[in-house]
Ligand binder design. Structure first.
Ligand code: BG6
Length: 476
């Protein structure tokens, strides 16, 4: 291979988390309930009924967690703010105690030389707004989201330089309104695309506000990008993959970057009778909310063949942790997902494809020519702790190191990458998979019964990443 370019000197070697998955303290210091606090109470919705009431208690242990980051040499920490700590009912009076938690967190990070990357929304909508006007299904949420974000912009002006608007809009919308495995647990494509359009408007409005306030720093959304491949060179399968790319990826990315819906995807929605209602002024607003960078969460690719009109529809995801237990899934008339024979899969059937990350970065660069911040990438696996409290997660080191190498290749190809956040820093609550599926550099003694000691232990991958950071990516 040609000579690889070095990582930029100021590359943000980071790691990430989300409020609901780490904080716990679900009703402390005036916090209001979010849709996740309520959703997990429905029997059978999460693995063994796990919830985030305690999570890994980051709310009380953030100093200990930041000390571990500092020791590791971490340059950036991405976390999300819980809307319900700032506005327990979604709007109204600011809950100062909730805001203080994040002020302390940001100060502690900065004092330790770690760049805070703040996600405004990582799925925990105030339940009050869901009850009052059905959350993302009402345009009222746009003003409420901007109002909430404005408080954070004012509070952290100059301190926080990187902001992520919505985390994985494509995931929370599809899992919430099509697959019914996230709140509000609906199966209704029409409602899904309406809610999605409103989320687009909210996203654009917050970005527009950020720029109007002349905030120092940069803002962008985080998209869960699964690049789509054709199974082979059969033109029908190639078209199936391209249609899937339009419906499952460009449908969000084009809106973020260009303020436009892709032509083929929009036609497909119209044919299905599920296209969103676009009001006068909407498209202009989408164009005005242009982000400064595109955030990408990359885990895997998907390989497709053509799927006839009477073919398979949406299948269930593998939440069991047993390899091969995913159901067949597809879009009738468009594509069906098949196993890629060239790559291996995790125990949850997520395809392990480092070159897919390079492909993702290159496709995004070709189409949009914007800087990219990798806001998530990681391996969810079973981890075992030895009697001497070691965790030998060489499989995670292999995963991460091959993905970092792919980033370096993409940078060499000409992609601008601002930074790389692994998912996740400490182990945390997987929304649907409890604590059996772990992602962290730091092992947390916590299980589905919530009876763990919550003690933190460094995994082998912790030391591996420490060296990657120290050598600025030269030693992988
Ligand atoms: C991303 C989310 O979809 O993937 C994270 O932004 C999530 O919040 C991560 O935890 C891994 O997903 P899972 O289902 O394996 O926990």
């Amino acid at each position: 291979y040609k000579q690889l370019k070095a990582f930029p000197k100021d590359f943000l070697w980071g790691s990430a988390s989300a409020a609901y998955q780490v904080e716990g303290a679900w009703n402390e210091d005036g916090k209001g309930p979010s849709v996740w606090d309520e959703f997990v109470k429905i029997p059978g919705k999460t693995f063994k009924g796990t919830n985030g009431e305690l999570a890994v208690d980051h709310y009380h242990r953030y100093k200990e967690d930041i000390a571990l980051m500092k020791e590791q040499g971490l340059k950036a920490y991405r976390f999300s703010i819980a809307w319900t700590r700032i506005f327990p009912n979604g709007r109204g009076e600011i809950n100062q105690a909730g805001l203080d938690f994040y002020i302390n967190l940001v100060d502690e990070l900065i004092a330790n030389g770690i760049e805070p990357l703040v996600t405004l929304y990582h799925w925990d909508l105030p339940q009050a707004l869901q009850d009052e006007y059905m959350g993302w299904e009402s345009r009222q949420v746009i003003d409420d989201f901007v109002n909430y974000a404005t408080v954070l912009f004012e509070t952290f002006r100059g301190k926080v330089k990187y902001w992520i608007s919505l985390n994985e809009q494509n995931i929370f919308i599809q899992l919430g309104y099509l697959m019914a495995v996230h709140p509000p647990a609906v199966v209704d494509p029409k409602r899904m695309y309406e809610a999605n359009h409103i989320a687009n408007l909210a996203n654009a409005s917050v970005i527009k506000k950020f720029h109007e306030m002349d905030m120092p720093g940069q803002i962008g959304p985080s998209f869960a990008y699964t690049p789509n491949y054709s199974f082979d060179s059969n033109p029908l399968n190639v078209l199936a993959a391209e249609d899937t790319e339009d419906i499952m990826a460009n449908f969000w990315l084009d809106v973020y970057a260009w303020g436009e819906y892709p032509i083929f995807a929009m036609n497909y929605l119209k044919e299905q009778g599920v296209a969103p209602t676009i009001e006068p002024g909407d498209m202009a607003l989408l164009k005005e909310g242009k982000p400064d960078f595109l955030g990408v969460n990359y885990y895997q690719t998907a390989t497709h063949v053509f799927n006839p009109l009477n073919g398979v529809g949406m299948g269930k995801m593998n939440t069991s942790g047993k390899k091969g237990s995913s159901e067949e899934t597809g879009m009738p008339g468009v594509s069906k997902k098949v196993a890629n024979p060239f790559i291996d899969r995790t125990n949850w059937d997520w395809e392990i494809d480092p070159q897919g990350l390079r492909i993702a970065l290159r496709r995004m660069t070709s189409r949009y020519r914007m800087p990219i911040l990798i806001t998530e990438n990681g391996l969810g696996e079973y981890d075992k702790i030895t009697e001497t409290n070691e965790i030998h997660d060489d499989y995670r080191i292999n995963y991460l190191s091959s993905h970092v190498k792919a980033i370096q290749e993409a940078i060499t190809d000409g992609v601008t990458v601002l930074g790389y956040c692994t998912w996740s820093y400490t182990d945390l609550l997987s929304w649907l998979n409890g604590y059996q599926k772990r992602y962290g550099f730091v092992y947390v003694d916590q299980d589905e019964t919530q009876n763990g000691s919550l003690t933190r232990y460094k995994k082998d991958s912790y030391y591996w990443y420490q060296n990657v950071i120290a050598t600025n990516g030269e030693e992988l």
